[in-house]
Design a protein around this ligand. Sequence first.
Ligand code: TYD
Length: 395
Amino acid sequence: MRNLIEFLDLGLQPLANNYLSNNQKLKKEKKYRLKVLFNKKTKMVSIKNTFSSKIMFNNKYPYRSSMSLTMINSFKKLSLEIKKKYKPKRILEIGSNDGSFIKNFDKKRVVGIEPCSNIEKITKKKGFDTYAEYWTPHLAKKLHKKYSKIDLIYSANTITHIKNLDDVFKSILLILSKEGTLIIEDPSLLECLKNNTYDQFYNEHIYVFSLIALEKILIKYNLIIFKVENLEIHGGSTRYFIKRKDSKLRIDNSVKIQKRKEINFGLNKVSAYKLFAKRVLKNKKMLIKIFTKLKYRKKKIIGYGATAKSTTILNYCNIDNNYISYFLDTTEDKQKKLTPGTKIPIVKYHKKLLKNIDYIFLGAWNFKKEIFNKEKRFISRGGKFILHTPMPKII
Ligand code: TYD
């Protein structure tokens, strides 16, 4: 326990994806203290208080990866690369969501694991072999019986959501072929600290990975990172290509380069995290100042993209319905609901609704490029966006 340093306290928070229906408006919400830890020994960054998977990932999960063109294109590009370079006979995706990745492959060759049954059934209906189950050794054994070994396993934005990493990698070892490749992709801790995107921390993101921390875990299972790619996805993600220790795949220079970047920034030392916490506090003060000024000037502000990430920002900075009239979002399951904790109504996206708006708080800042492209008219008539990263500003 002496190795655990608590460096950031983001206050009392609701479950980030727990959008409330109108009749839950007056009910007391489940809240937890969002504190973030750095382990001096393992170099892992994780949140202190966690919830069971059953509470977070169930048959009411609202997130859909297909809601963003950026995600769809990224999955398409990766699947082409996988087909060309790795030529896998069978592909397994852990956390297949609504099938945005697996749909790029022949149905006979892919298997999807998605514990949120409301989403899993979307792909099942289309004829894919999917399982509404958590990723466990039990499931890995079941799949092994059916398919024998799998030569490519992919998991995006999922492994960091599972507390028991030991179970995750043990299960992977049960099914990954000798020369097989495991590709995992998650928000990058380096980018999070560089850009002050403290909203990467919320109940579902139990860990935010760095290469140095992930490497230390993987070695216990004789797994080695042989290549890394940095992506713009989700505000800066890292894609790790992993192999078994005795596989013949060559180790790419990108691993050394990434490690150097992380060490140079200080991800191995407590001081970098303490400095980050100071910047986060400053970020909060500046964001509150922007909202207070605009409210005083009676400007109409709405939110764009009711993300899980923005739950952390809004609750940490106490920005509620007094500041933001409503959020626009394309996800059906979020519409006509209220944002967790701050109870801001979420409205179905329609371009028309931007007509008399002065300012938009960009909850989905991670899709800034895509959204700025979509809202050229709003921008050209003088509409402004409020962003919190790297420091709060109006653009
Ligand atoms: P996202 O940032 O992917 O995830 P998280 O909830 O994990 O922080 O969520 C993006 C949200 O923004 C999602 O609810 C869909 C919405 N969205 C729009 O409403 N319009 C858009 O053009 C885009 C790209 C996203």
